[in-house]
Design a protein around this ligand. Sequence first.
Ligand code: NAD
Ligand code: USQ
Length: 397
Amino acid sequence: MRIAILGGDGYCGWATALYLSSKGHSVAIVDNFSRRLWDFELGVETLTPIRSLPERLAAWQQLTGRTMETYVGDVADYDFLAGMIASFEPEAVVHFAEQRSAPYSMIDRKHAVFTQVNNVSGTLNLLFAIRELAPECHIVKLGTMGEYGTPNIDIEEGYITIEHNGRRDTLPFPMQPGSFYHLSKVHDSHNIRFACKIWGIRATDLNQGVVYGTLTNEVQLDEALINRFDYDEVFGTVLNRFCAQAAIGSPLTVYGKGGQTRGFLDIRDTVRCIELVCLNPASRGEFRVFNQFTEQFSVMDLAQLIQMVGREMGLPVEIEHLPPPRVEAESHYYNAKHSKLTDLGLQPHLLSDSLVSSLIEVALRYRHRINPAFFTPQVNWRLTRNERSTALAVTPQ
Ligand code: NAD
Ligand code: USQ
């Protein structure tokens, strides 16, 4: 298939581009490198020393003989995006190209506005470009499990059948997102659903859980292909952070009680899910929603698992409960359905003890690059910062 990966220089996008290329698909990477810029803005860096996109692609070509097209630009710029669609003529567009950090969106007004403008306008542009230039093309959009929040009922895959005053209907599942970032994904979902209905676009919204790990078969081929491994408070996700903390004997930073429960998946399952969804597209006018995660854990479940495995590896792992920087339920009911991707053929990599030790080993390999200052949460949901005079400036506390 001809598959365009929007956000192909990022964490999920790079792993997916390599995987799809290795499977013989024609892949185009679209990115404006804004994520590398946000790292500079925040003064943080990935644990793993990632190379520039041209270096990555040269290494991939040298190792496998495979090439990928690249389009450097902003998907929120319609002319750029439409030019890419017209030139590459994709059968599927996988849309990862958004600002994806909840804490980043909660820094202050500018970061909240930027996140929603970047994310919502990029997705809207994609919908219009597909309608105009490639109406058969399947949009595979990365949403998030955080769109649903933590309701006191089971979470369905996108839709729920409700009886009300004697009448019955199947409706979009209620959304209760927990940050301006998560809200941007809800706005995207509504826009895509509407466009599918009025223009007959085909789309799949993948409500992905928290992704962990960095190694896929392709990334492991050569150090030049290494993927990002974020562990800072803004872009680092919880399990990756705990592995980095364990590697240098820094306490695991559990926010509050640690009863926050989320869906999780291995990055190797992310890439496989994307391929399965591309190979099994939605019909014209259909807006499918799949919950893309394989297991659910509370933050404390994960902290205790890392502590146990870390101690078996001889690491002095302690758990610390920090005052919660976010406004979120710290203990709650959580049971989210996730059968549609396994029905398509996904065979999950589950979080075994040996997998946990391999995750910690990656952090140990690069431990000389770990900056413990990145572990401390500074963005607080209750106290967004005052306006700054410069755009997107972040002053360290
Ligand atoms: P990432 O920040 O590593 O990658 C996103 C990429 O998109 C970056 O390379 C960035 O430069 C690019 N990008 C952002 N805005 C752009 C724009 N306007 N134009 C062009 N390129 C742009 O993020 P990720 O972790 O790979 O996440 C990818 C997607 O998956 C996001 O939409 C995110 O919301 C979703 N997701 C991620 C996770 C996770 O745990 N990482 C979980 C659930 C959902
Ligand atoms: N948490 C801690 N300690 C930490 C870091 C996080 O206790 O050091 C807690 C958070 O408070 C939260 C949970 O762990 O309750 C998950 O936080 P996270 O930072 O790992 O993930 P989150 O902010 O939810 O965002 C990540 C991705 C985002 C994606 C989302 C999927 O950055 O792009 O949408 O996971 S989901 O959580 O299903 O919405």
